[in-house]
Design a protein around this ligand. Structure first.
Ligand code: GLC
Ligand code: CA
Length: 552
């Protein structure tokens, strides 16, 4: 049975990293009752879907992306009753609830793994990937994403287990039918409980080659090499389609895959309608790659390629930020002089595209990176590993620290800045990760009172999407501007046209006059505080949304 799934095209998704959102009981850790307390705020912002990063039982080796109980709630976050209250609170407000699903791996503390590692003869023997040593060593040279070998020795079995991420995150063996059945039943169970969708974590690596050949890629400084061709194997797509047939298709749930897909063809393999896999996909790009390679021109080319690839069948998930990336205003914009204009430009850019916008907590008030003073201050295992690799490769410790400060996933994980007090209104206790001192200036309370704030820019964009079919469903066309940093596009549906113009740079730049002749009423401007649109000479990070005149 195929369901009408047009509703997914009207979503604006807000991602919550529960640990850092709102702490209701003063233990310094955000929790589910804390999120429930802020639902009015989210409703006021206008979003209509909430994606919760994992809230299942977990020893937190990777902050919940290491699950030890798929049908339980992490004690620090509250109880199942708290989750049910949050679900009901969302549904009363017309907000869909999307859960993060981590099934490439579990925690090593999951009862399945505890049993699997105990001996070779047990009911969970095949739930994980076990291999004999090769010449007394790891079965192959593969590196784990979080550093070191992707294999860990278990003396009780005299074997190694495979972990593509941390060693407390053993990969589940999807080749085992019984394991797959357990996962599908668990997913069904959550759907029965009222979940409206899943964001499916690290889903490109389910299928592994049986023989685990050595990787021919150049090794990392610690001697291990990333596997070649592990992402997107045909077997992985077969497992996703099985998941779709078993769980998604019979139910009207939203599905978003977090995928490793370097080309649009590969992206299309996950989301083209005919493939029957996911509704949309979040392509994962390592922060270091993004930092080193992005430019406004590249953004534009990537958007156009993806637009063309999925226009006929498929849909887009649009995001600048999530819990794995540096803060967007620090990465793509300017956290100094042009902080406000650039934060608004990024908002208008993202919300102006065809597809579903994803807003990451704090983005809507322009939160910025926080460089911590020492490597020990970082919680993120990925940051620790990158630092170690850089030092091993010969980089000076200070330089390696500077790099880690720029890339660290902890930049996105500092507590949400609710008010200007030292603990940001996040907690009454000691926050688990340091609060950014700029909460004094950048916080929800101040921005709600200020009609020209970044927050209000987001609110207006979300409201505009609800009214404008050109924005929610219209076609996209880029207009020639003669410069990589001046970007202009139209969105059109029927008679309605919107024109988006951006000066994506720190310099004042002149927009081509002929292009602006078609610009009608100004709907939004990143310089609204200064009086709004002032003509063809665009200021640094100036962005304007116009209604298009007839004939545009
Ligand atoms: C995904 C998550 C990331 C996590 C990893 C392993 O990339 O977004 O936070 O560390 O998977 O689960
Ligand atoms: Ca708490």
């Amino acid at each position: 049975m195929v369901q009408e799934k047009d509703w997914i095209k009207d979503l604006v998704v807000y991602q919550i990293y529960p640990r850092s959102f709102c702490d209701s009981n003063g233990d310094g850790i955000g929790d589910l009752p804390g999120i429930s307390q802020k639902l009015d705020y989210l409703e006021e912002l206008g979003i209509n879907a909430l994606w919760l990063s994992p809230v299942y039982r977990s020893p937190n080796a990777d902050n919940g992306y290491d699950i030890s109980g798929y049908r339980e709630i992490m004690a620090e976050f509250g109880t199942m009753e708290d989750w049910e209250r949050l679900r009901d609170g969302c549904h009363e407000r017309g907000i869909r609830l999307i859960m993060d699903l981590v099934v490439n791996h579990s925690s090593d503390e999951h009862p399945w793994f505890v049993e699997s590692r105990a001996s070779k003869e047990n009911g969970k023997n095949e739930y994980y990937i076990w291999r004999d040593p090769v010449m007394g060593k790891e079965p192959n040279n593969w590196a784990s994403v979080f550093g070191g070998s992707a294999w860990e020795y278990e003396p009780r079995r005299g074997q190694y287990y495979f972990h593509y991420f941390g060693k407390k995150q053993p990969d589940l063996n999807w080749a085992c039918r019984q394991l797959r059945e357990e996962i599908f039943q668990m997913m069904d169970w959550w759907v029965e409980k009222g979940v409206d969708g899943f964001r499916v974590d690290a889903i490109s690596y389910l299928d592994k080659p049986r023989d685990f050949p050595n990787s021919p890629l150049p090794p990392q400084p610690d001697g291990f090499a990333y596997p070649q061709g592990l992402a997107g194997r045909p077997g992985t797509h077969a497992y996703i389609r099985e998941m779709n047939r078993r769980v998604f298709a019979p139910r009207n749930v939203l599905t978003v895959g977090e995928v490793s897909a370097p080309t649009v063809e590969e992206l299309g393999n996950y989301v083209k309608t005919g493939r029957q896999e996911f509704d949309m996909a979040i392509p994962f790009v390592p922060p270091m790659v993004e930092i080193d390679t992005w430019s406004p021109g590249k953004l534009k080319r990537d958007i156009w390629e993806r637009y063309r690839a999925l226009k006929e069948e498929g849909w887009w998930a649009n995001f600048f930020s999530n819990h794995d990336k540096p803060r967007q205003v620090s990465l793509y914009g300017d956290s100094g002089e042009y902080w406000e204009a650039s934060a608004k430009l990024l908002a208008m850019f993202l919300h102006g595209l065809p597809g579903t916008p994803f807003v990451y907590q704090g983005e809507e008030i322009g939160m910025t990176n926080l460089g911590l003073p020492a490597i020990e201050d970082y919680n993120d295992p990925d940051t620790q590993n990158r630092y170690r690799q850089l030092v091993l490769s010969g980089m000076e410790p200070e330089a390696a620290l500077a790099r880690a400060q720029l890339e660290s996933r902890d930049n996105a994980r500092t507590p949400m800045q609710w008010d200007g007090s030292p603990k940001a209104g996040f907690t009454a206790g000691i926050p688990w990760l340091q609060v950014n001192p700029n909460t004094e200036r950048i916080n929800v309370e101040a921005q709600r009172q200020d009609r020209y704030s970044v927050y209000h820019c987001y609110q207006r964009l979300i409201a505009l999407r609800k009214k404008s079919r050109a924005l929610s469903r219209g076609d996209l066309a880029f207009l020639e501007t003669g410069s990589e940093e001046l970007i202009a596009w139209t969105r059109r549906a029927g008679e309605e046209t919107l024109l988006f113009c951006f000066n994506f740079s720190r310099q004042g730049r002149r927009f081509p006059e002929n292009l602006l002749k078609k610009a009608g009423e100004v709907l939004l401007s990143s310089y609204d505080r200064e009086g709004g649109y002032g003509g063809a000479n665009f200021r640094p990070y100036e962005a304007v949304v116009f209604r298009g005149k007839a004939g545009l």
